[in-house]
Design a protein around this ligand. Structure first.
Ligand code: ADP
Length: 274
């Protein structure tokens, strides 16, 4: 599913005294099947950008195309609801949205709400619970009896149960231990590869951006500052530092980055003097 932003601007509380420009002059094309990393300082507009992808927000001016759908200022957001079947968003701390009596019901809720039969939804739940690294017997438990990490996986299974073509991840591993973080990110990467799922990852982890993304965009003060392959983005750490990004991480991970990016792209790059 091809995605594009054309001259997109977004203002919160538009035409009120509280108006706040959050996105400006965004032009971005995301080819079908790409793994895109989005980085940028807090408040740079990442979350606002993401919410345009499944029509939780619509531009104040400009156009967002998501496959066959066009999100423009004159569209009623309600009429764009079908987009949510195609674009799944895993928000930060998605487990806060669990609410059903059992894990099974929670995972089935989304698909059944979009007209999928109960039988088919249950089949998807059984398949996905294993995919997210849990066992089938957990389906009958209350989500609130699970550990934080298990709840996170159940919530992710619920998003995947919609069978989306595009998955948008807003800091999906926040608050997990390092092992859990790696497992979840590897799972998303496998899904992306297996199903050709277009994946858009907002992350504070430079390591994850370098390791998983085909391309990275840097947001700064509501603008798209730069877009490029990981080796281009990380070859100029001073620029990242100036943008308030966590350069110590880049420095700390320099050797891993060198090794991983080198392995992935067949190039040698990034030597940072400490
Ligand atoms: P990020 O995800 O990069 O932290 P956001 O997209 O959340 O950035 O925010 C972009 C800008 O929009 C910031 O200046 C933020 O304060 C502002 N903003 C975000 N949400 C709202 C809102 N609901 N109302 C008004 N301003 C907002």
């Amino acid at each position: 599913m091809q995605i594009s932003f054309q001259q997109v601007e977004y203002r919160y509380s538009y035409k009120t005294p509280f108006e706040k420009l959050a996105l400006e002059d965004i032009n971005l094309s995301i080819p079908s099947g790409q793994f895109l990393g989005v980085i940028g300082h807090t408040g740079s507009g990442k979350s606002t950008l993401l919410q345009h992808l499944n029509a939780l927000l619509k531009p104040t001016s400009g156009i967002v195309n998501v496959g066959e759908y066009t999100i423009s200022p004159d569209k009623k957001l309600k009429s764009l609801k079908p987009i949510r079947q195609n674009v799944g968003i895993v928000f930060q701390f998605p487990e806060h949205q669990l609410f059903e009596e059992t894990v099974l019901k929670d995972i089935c809720y989304g698909p059944m709400n979009f007209g999928i039969s109960e039988e088919e939804a249950k089949e998807r739940a059984k398949e996905l619970i294993v995919k997210v690294g849990l066992s089938e017997d957990i389906l009958q438990k209350s989500p609130f009896d699970l550990s934080g990490g298990q709840m996170r996986r159940v919530a992710i299974a619920g998003v995947l149960a919609m069978n989306p073509d595009v998955i948008v991840l807003d800091e999906p591993t926040a608050g997990l231990d390092p092992r859990g973080q790696r497992e979840i990110m590897d799972m998303f990467y496998d899904l992306h590869k297996e199903k050709g799922l277009t994946t858009i990852l907002v992350t504070h982890s430079m390591e994850d951006a370098a390791h998983y993304a085909d391309e990275i965009v840097i947001m700064q003060k509501g603008r798209l500052k730069r877009k490029g392959a990981p080796q281009e983005i990380f070859s100029n750490p001073e620029e990242l530092f100036e943008m308030g990004l966590d350069v110590p991480d880049v420095v700390r991970f320099q050797f891993k980055l060198e090794e991983r990016i080198g392995r992935k792209l067949g190039v040698t790059c990034l030597t940072i003097e400490e």
